[in-house]
Ligand binder design. Sequence first.
Ligand code: FRU
Length: 464
Amino acid sequence: MLDKKIFEENFARFCKMKDRAKEDPNMLRFHIYPEAGWLNDPNGLCEYKGIYHIYYQYSPLDENKSDTCWGHVSTVDFINYKREDIFIYPDAKFDKDGAYSGSAFIKDDRINFFYTGNVKHDGEYDFIKEGREHNTIKLASDAYTYSEKKLILDNDDYPKDMTKHVRDPKIYEKDGYNYMFIGARSLEDKGLVLVYKSKDLDNFTYHMRIETDYDFGYMRECPDFFTVDSKDFLILCPQGVESETYRYQNIYQAGYFPIEIDLSEKTYKLGNFKELDYGFDFYAPQTFEDSKSRRILIGWMGMPDANYTNPTIDYKWQHCLTVPRSLSVKSGKLCQNPISEMENLRKDNITLKRGENYEDFVFEALAKNIKDSFKINLRSDVSLSYDDGILRLNMGYSSFGRDTRQVKINVISDLRIYSDKSSLEIFINEGEYVLTSRVYSEKAGFYSKDLDFDLYTLDSIGFI
Ligand code: FRU
């Protein structure tokens, strides 16, 4: 439980944490990070009255996560950001152990937020099958304030064969109905997505479930259903999928099913699951459509329960969001590319010829018309190499437990690398593949004997 009063009583401690974070040599330049404390999933993404609102899972007083609130930043141009007050505190009886993830749905000139209120009962429970409530809560809001937290669904409203892990609502509107997609774990340890239906956004009834007819993990977190280029996609984060040599290398996955679905007939056909990212730190992405009709995705640059860590903990903060990415469809697959506003960060343009070294951490680098195998040093101790149809990201001694990620890619024709002080986002073949990772090398050193790069030095985003 954390409410506004408790936060204010601890404000001096929070300010000390903020001061400490400012001293961190690994502080980021063009990513959204918490001023102090812990950040995870992006939540409630929307554009409302010309302003973009980005909320996120936030523990302001604990860099290792507790008492999850919704943090909030706003922007009109994705360059200048405003840090807003904490939006949701876990201060009600039905969200007292965390205002967990959720989403925004704009209707009739107001934002309806839906999120999961996490409640843990006192006592000895496994907190999977018992001892937990996952309440679906609604707020009607102007982006900054709300009048009441309204309980929409609770444990009794979920199908009887569910565990107590049912969370992360996202709304999709079709033919005058609102469909709520929620991630779930069944009593048989099968991950699935539940769909609820509503006419008025207050009364939701169970409609259908979406599941694989094969074994694919015990849980789904953060489902997101949407349409791009007239094709439907279901993003979700499965837990419990076994790692393979070239796929599913992280403890949990973040990816999507292309899906053909008839919501009124309750029929669907899932395509093959595809990962959205092949790096070490990408999870719980969420999308929204903006007034320019772009489907924008932002992910959490982190990974829950991973066996690698972040030295930023010593500086009282942890994790960040990815750069905003716009989604498109190529041969039935989702591609991610940084939104065009990111180009406004570009300063000097440098042609980096093969064999030349660039000695800074923060840059954007582009390589086109790639024909052969290559090796690139991204840092003094971090490399990206492509050979025999396998791309390998090799992290060095300073990567706090991150080692190697490898992915099968038939042809690589272009690369766009966004490098921040302690992060890398590598976009391949115009966003067909992406690798996102935190990185903590002490020494820069961008270099390739095989490729020429068009490189840009970058400005920082600003926070007021
Ligand atoms: C995903 C997740 C969500 C949950 C939230 C809690 O990272 O576990 O399922 O709502 O984080 O912070």
